[in-house]
Design a binder for this molecule. Structure first.
Ligand SMILES: O=C(O)C1=C[C@@H](OP(=O)(O)O)[C@@H](O)[C@H](O)C1
Ligand SMILES: C=C(OP(=O)(O)O)C(=O)O
Length: 450
């Protein structure tokens, strides 16, 4: 019997490795997985999902939808069946909804609850409890819901849904798919037409999937690129069969790992390449990364391809801030690529990275510096002077101590791949958060470098 303390951190040293070779298939897209369960839970009848990401964040969404009356069952590996209750028929959960580490679950479900006759509390881990919820509280309050948040608009918080809610027209003050989606989901059970005006486009899975489930949703694109999204409420959703494409945000770690590890050649199969998500591939190519798209096709209404990636001599570039929303979760991995490139990489327009699972600008600056990189942290981005080769610990600021990951899965995985290109390895203080989005990450990394 194991006496290991389940609450203890799980540190690990990621060692330099030989070339990465082989084919992998990363788990299903996290954003699409959350939405499959939420929308399935609102449709009348059975929605079947394959390729669902079975990470902790998505399991938190599944548990919450169950607590509000839907039947959500696992029928096989990545195969799930959801019997929905119908829009407007979510039930009052018996206790607080535990969102774990997941911002997407929290903000989207706050939207759903906001237009149902439900009062419930949302709780989460230490990381999630620091993240700003005011950005959804504001529009959802305009729709009639009321909120009792903790100080600073944070979790734990209680939502009192409004039924009927009031349709609004809301211009997004931050480029956030979570805020957009929260309003659209609230709009599903709101009489009349709810409008979201999106000056900077963000991932559009909610729009695609709501339409796929039969919602009356329309997107107009103005001459300046602003997107005006309208949804007619009191909708009836029809159950769907969904095949979830591989997550480009998970593929990102292996793209970068193969690019920076000499001799590597890897095929990552079935990667979602929705243009609102695929920014990293273009940026890595601009840096000289050899990435080919093979077998381009459509899966679950999303563009998908197999990516062939080979070790490449990367060079530093200035990253156009306009691409940021289409690769927002991939910056920690990009920073690793930049730390090993030849020359300087400048990033800007990344204020949103400061309110993710951790402050990803500060935490990656500290982590990469400790691993031997040269980083200048600015208000809205990092300036990284690449080594053009490997990371050498023991630089003046590096202290060889374990990298602090601050309950952030993407920091842990980014620094794990930085270890591949280091002379002495990189020690990550806690690998547990990886399970939120990519439970098989470590096994996949071992298989490719074996
Ligand atoms: O809508 C989504 O599924 C997500 C939107 C993004 O967050 P923001 O909306 O806060 O940018 C992203 O960082 C997150 O991982 C998933
Ligand atoms: C920001 C992320 O997720 P969330 O906001 O759902 O916690 C992420 O996965 O990088």
């Amino acid at each position: 019997m194991s006496h290991a303390d389940p609450t203890a951190k799980r540190p690990r040293r990621f060692l330099p490795a030989g070339p990465l070779k082989g084919r992998i298939r990363v788990p299903g897209d996290k954003s699409i997985s959350h939405r499959s369960i939420m929308l399935g839970a609102l449709a009348v009848g059975e929605t079947r999902v394959t390729g669902l990401l079975e990470g902790e964040d998505v399991l938190a969404t599944a548990a919450a939808m169950r607590a509000m009356g839907a039947t959500v069952e696992r029928t096989g590996e990545g195969a799930w069946s959801v019997h929905g209750v119908g829009v407007g028929a979510l039930l009052q959960p018996a206790g607080p909804l535990d969102m774990g580490n997941s911002g997407t679950s929290t903000r989207l479900l706050m939207g759903l609850v906001a237009s149902h006759p439900i009062t419930t509390s949302f709780v989460g881990d230490a990381s999630l409890s620091k993240r700003p919820m005011g950005r959804v509280i504001e529009p959802l309050s305009q729709m009639g819901a009321s909120f009792e948040p903790s100080e600073g608009g944070r979790l734990p918080l209680t939502v009192h849904g409004a039924c009927p809610a009031v349709p609004i027209s809301y211009r997004l003050p931050v480029a956030s798919a979570q805020v957009k989606s929260a309003i659209l989901l609230a709009g599903l059970n709101t009489p009349g037409i709810t409008t979201v005006i999106e000056p900077v486009p963000t991932r559009d899975h909610s729009e695609r999937m709501l339409r796929g489930f039969g919602a009356d949703l329309n997107v107009d694109i103005e001459a300046n690129g602003t997107r005006v999204i309208t949804i007619r409420g009191e909708a009836e959703l029809k159950p769907q069969t969904i095949d979830v494409p591989g997550d480009p945000s998970s593929a990102a770690f292996f793209l970068v790992a193969a690019l920076i590890t000499p001799g590597s050649e890897v095929v990552i199969e079935n990667v979602g390449l929705n243009p609102t998500r695929a920014g990293l591939v273009g940026v890595l190519r601009q840096m000289g990364g050899r990435i080919e798209e093979l077998n381009a096709r459509e899966v679950g209404g999303e563009p998908v391809a197999d990516l062939l990636v080979k070790h490449s001599a990367l060079k530093g570039i200035e990253v156009d801030p306009a691409v940021a929303p289409s690769m927002i979760d991939e910056f920690p991995a990009l920073f690793v690529a930049a730390a090993l490139a030849d020359g300087v990489t400048v990033t800007s327009g990344l204020d949103e990275l400061r309110v993710k699972e951790s402050d990803r600008l500060a935490v990656m600056a500290t982590a990469l510096t400790a691993a031997g990189a040269r980083i200048e942290e600015r208000e809205d981005g990092l300036v990284i002077t690449g080594t053009g080769g490997e990371l050498l610990p023991g630089t003046p600021k590096g202290n060889g101590e374990a990298i602090a990951t601050h309950l952030d899965h993407r920091i842990a995985m980014s620094m794990a791949i930085a270890g591949l290109a280091s002379r002495e390895g990189v020690e990550v203080d806690d690998t547990r958060p990886i399970a939120t989005s990519f439970p098989v990450f470590e096994a996949m990394l071992e298989r490719l470098s074996a």
